[in-house]
Design a protein around this ligand. Structure first.
Ligand code: ADP
Length: 479
């Protein structure tokens, strides 16, 4: 059984799903990262603001009493006063660092020995150590658990940590992450469904083509694929339809040929059987036996001619011509010479005009072609008539013309004379040698050589057959 996951639709869906997943995940990650960066910047601003709100009143409070308002306060002064516990923060500042509600700000001030000088009441218990890389001063903006803090180490002054709780921002980001994941998943599912539908729609014509082709393969040769439309699949459907058309025509030709061949063979076989049965019914005289055997021989000869012609036709149709350099004049001349006894018997005069003409062709096939045309010219002629055979080179083609001055071919028969088993003179059916295949063989040979063939018969002025074969350059006669 066919694995459904091997179908094009499933494969398309898998690739589409994977691609979509990567794009959506990338997009969500970027959105999350942007939001986190924004929050980080805002939190850092809050921390710096909290530092300002702490240090400004601290330095103000460290100013010695009576000193000028603009006089600078040094870090060591602040340290001394803090050590002496002489500094109190104003209540509005203390208020900022009191809350323990989410988002609260806290601080701690350290002495140079690491002891706590001052701390906010809400200071978390698990404070991380100050950054210290060996220099006198070091600072670090860091995130510890749910807290973001600015830690400043001062080897000779006040060290500080000012930070704030970032639980609300983390919750916000967590919610954003969840909603991004949910909406991303939603978009992915909608994308998958859309892709599945689109793939199905795009592949439907292929499904239709395959179903129609299966019905045709099952024997319904007249059926065709619907080609309404102009996309690539419709073009493919048209090509397939043309192929089916040719196949159908080939099957039809085959069927007709088999039927015609059987029909043609049935007559001589029937004669043979009837004659032998009649003669065997009782004892006969020698003359009667002789007469019956002559009839049988005629029927057998007819069958042999027919079988030979069928074999010849089938060989010409199945095998490509064995091309070789040959002189057309020689090939045609020899075929005409072989028919001279027949011409003498029929009292038909043969005329030839055969100049040397070299070409690449199958000499055996061309000999059969010339022989069939000239034999017809003799056989369908009247005593005293003539057949003219000529060769010419015209526009890169070798033109063979066989013209007789017999009674000619009726106009209504002209389009059919190249069909198999077609005989213009139905009365001749059965006469020895006339198989109705001669011109069909000529036509096949001409087509095999990519040539053209025409038959003309002006009223009462005999028949004229013109065969035109492309002359290919030969080693002896370069162009
Ligand atoms: P056949 O074996 O009957 O000669 P062909 O295929 O050679 O079969 O010819 C088909 C028919 O074409 C012939 O039966 C005949 O009626 C007609 N035909 C062919 N050549 C000539 C010709 N030169 N003159 C008159 N009729 C011809």
């Amino acid at each position: 059984m066919r694995n459904p996951f091997q179908s094009i639709r499933w494969r398309l869906q898998a690739w589409h799903g994977l691609f979509l997943l990567v794009v959506i995940a990338g997009f969500c990650y970027m959105a999350y990262q942007l939001a986190w960066n924004n929050q980080s910047r805002r939190i850092a601003r809050n921390v710096f603001e909290a530092e300002r709100h702490l240090f400004h009143p601290l330095f103000e409070a460290a100013r010695p009493e009576g000193a000028d308002e603009d006089a600078p306060v040094s870090s060591s002064m602040l340290l001394e006063r803090l050590r002496a516990h002489q500094i109190e923060l104003p209540p509005e500042t203390l208020l900022r660092f009191e809350s323990t509600e989410s988002g609260f700000a806290y601080f701690v001030l350290y002495d140079t020995d690491g002891s706590v000088l001052m701390q906010s009441p809400n200071l978390p218990p698990d404070m991380a150590p100050l950054p210290n890389d060996g220099d006198d001063y070091d600072e670090d903006m860091r995130t510890i658990d749910n807290r973001r803090e600015m830690a400043r180490y001062n080897a000779k002054g006040v060290s500080s940590i000012v930070g704030r709780d970032i639980t609300p921002e983390k919750d916000d980001l967590h919610r954003l992450g969840l909603s991004l994941a949910a909406s991303g998943l939603g978009v992915w599912i909608v994308g998958l469904l859309g892709g599945w539908w689109l793939a199905g729609r795009a592949l439907k014509p292929i499904h239709t083509i395959s179903q129609t082709a299966t019905r045709i393969a099952e024997g319904n040769l007249t059926e065709r694929i619907d080609t309404a439309g102009n996309n690539e699949l419709h073009q493919l459907a048209r090509v397939l339809n043309d192929t089916f058309e040719q196949l159908h025509a080939a099957f039809e030709r085959q069927r007709r040929f088999t039927a015609d061949a059987s029909h043609e063979l049935r007559t001589p076989v029937t004669i043979l059987l009837a004659e032998t049965e009649r003669i065997l019914k009782r004892e006969r005289k020698a003359a009667e036996y002789q007469e019956a055997l002559t009839t049988c021989r005629e029927s057998a000869t007819r069958m042999r001619n027919l079988i030979q012609a069928l074999l010849l036709l089938s060989r010409q149709e199945s095998a490509p011509p064995q091309r070789e350099s040959c002189d057309l004049a020689k090939v045609v001349g020899e075929a005409v010479a072989q028919l001279e006894p027949l011409a003498r018997e029929r009292e038909v005069h043969l005329q030839t005009d055969l100049p040397h003409l070299a070409c690449q062709a199958d000499p055996a096939a061309l000999s059969i072609l010339a022989s069939n045309l000239v034999a017809n010219g003799i056989q369908y002629n009247r005593p005293g008539g003539s057949v003219a055979v000529s060769l010419q080179q015209r526009n890169g083609s070798a033109v063979l013309t066989v013209q007789d001055d017999g009674p000619g071919i009726p106009q209504e028969d002209l389009p059919h004379i190249f069909d198999r088993f077609y005989r213009a003179d139905k009365a001749r059916t059965g006469t020895s040698g006339h198989t109705g295949l001669g011109l069909a063989i000529v036509k096949t040979i001409v087509e095999n050589h990519q040539g053209t063939l025409a038959a003309e018969s002006p009223d009462g002025a005999g028949a004229r057959f013109v065969v035109s074969l492309p002359v290919e350059p030969t080693p002896q006669e370069p162009v």
